[in-house]
Design a protein around this ligand. Structure first.
Ligand code: NAP
Ligand code: GDD
Length: 343
């Protein structure tokens, strides 16, 4: 058995993509869990390396769900992972107000299902497994201090964050009670051209590109004054991997330490295309959330000192990368539209 075998839940998501790339480049044998999809092949995994047996690319996709504890056990015993990265989640904060119970089931109970399966696997086989939990800055919610670090109290302000707090403490508990090697990465917002289209960065860069090419007239948004500590997803998955390389399992904040508002994001993205966003952006109360965190800004000193991690992509570079990718996608859409296809 390869002694570097990773299992990634949520492999079809943004972080799953970048983490797969990193682990493959580090010589890992890779297993991923994807949910069953009504359409085949699922558009979110079709392009993943190894899905079609690409020579030299060692990736095995398993159909599974965090809500199915028996299926998780089967996948773990098949994959025999040395490292497990739990990225799967209902990860949209606004959606969690609409579906709080489902969100809690996947994020909180799903993580517990996985931890229990790993504990039994380790106890049954004697094989050690290292575990990464995708914790979130949203857990700080109504923080009384900024920037936040590993010692900042957790004060979640939405159903998603409450569920992440549960998963966070279970991860700590399995470390302390059962001596499993488990780490929480408390990650601040990280984005990329692979970001889902309903998160604000991608919604804006995609709309700016489509407006530029005449494919869209307006962009409807919620709170423009919201601020976030935005970094590049490719940088953040490296921190996940580094956490599992340490001698002792610990929890780490991963962030840039700088915040920008949604307005600044609009300035940057539309500005790159010589557009004035005021001409296109409309307010839609449906995108306003019942609660927002106070100010999420991370202090990643511990990750910097202990992991040697630092972000390599600035806010301006991130927005440019996303706008350029969305412009290319919009050009493809325009070509198809002009040829009579519906996109
Ligand atoms: P994402 O793009 O939304 O990906 C989430 C993944 O979870 C998708 O692959 C999704 O599969 C899968 N999934 C959802 N429900 C599942 C279930 N019941 N069983 C198995 N898989 C399920 O999220 P991301 O941005 O890559 O984030 C990765 C993780 O980091 C998430 O846990 C998120 O909460 C956390 N996080 C993200 C950020 C950020 O800024 N991106 C910051 C802090 C923490 P489908 O493709 O089938 O939907
Ligand atoms: N999605 C969205 N859509 N957000 C909007 C909009 C809109 O039309 N208009 C304004 N916003 C504001 C939201 O109110 C929020 O304050 C901010 O933009 C960022 O929203 P999202 O991009 O949806 O991300 P998020 O910060 O709520 O959550 C992301 O980051 C968390 C880490 O801090 C997700 O990736 C979570 O999974 C992650 O844990």
């Amino acid at each position: 058995m390869n002694d570097k075998t990773a299992l990634i839940t949520g492999i079809s998501g943004q972080d799953g993509f970048y983490l797969s790339e990193l682990l493959l480049s580090e010589g890992y044998r890779l297993h991923g869990i994807r949910r069953r999809s009504g359409s085949f092949p699922s558009s979110r995994v079709e392009h993943r390396p190894g899905n079609h047996g690409t020579p030299g690319v060692d990736v095995h996709l398993h159909v599974g769900d965090l809500l199915d504890p028996i299926g998780l056990r089967r996948i773990i015993s098949e994959a025999q992972p040395t490292e497990v990265y739990n990225l799967a989640a209902q990860s949209h904060v606004h959606a969690s107000f609409e579906d709080p119970i489902y969100t809690a089931q996947v994020v909180a109970m799903g993580t517990l299902n996985l931890l229990e399966a790993l504990r039994d696997y380790r106890d049954g086989t004697g094989r050690e497994v290292r575990f990464y939990q995708a914790s979130s800055s949203e857990m700080f919610g109504k923080a009384r201090e900024a920037p936040q670090n590993e010692r900042t109290p957790l004060r979640p302000r939405n159903p998603y964050a409450c569920a992440k707090v549960h998963a966070f403490w279970q991860t700590v508990t399995y470390r302390e009670a059962y001596n499993l090697f488990t780490c929480n990465g408390i990650l601040y917002n990280h984005e990329s051209p692979r970001r889902g289209e309903n998160y604000v960065t991608r919604k804006i860069t995609r709309a700016a590109a489509r407006i530029k090419l005449g494919l869209q007239e307006h962009l409807y948004l919620g709170n423009l004054d919201a601020r976030r500590d935005w970094g590049f997803a490719g940088d953040y998955v490296r921190a996940m991997w580094l956490m599992l390389r340490q001698d002792e399992p610990e929890d780490y904040v991963v962030a840039t330490g700088q915040t920008h508002s949604v307005r600044e994001l609009l300035d940057e993205a539309f500005g790159l295309l010589d557009l004035d966003w005021h001409d296109y952006v409309r307010s839609d109360p449906r995108y306003i959330r019942p609660t927002e965190p106070t100010l999420l800004c991370g202090d990643a000193s511990k990750a910097r000192t202990q992991l040697g991690w630092r972000p390599t992509v600035t806010f301006a570079e991130l927005v440019r990368m996303m706008v350029e990718a969305d412009l290319q996608a919009a050009e493809r859409d325009r070509t198809l539209t002009e040829a009579g296809y519906t996109v």
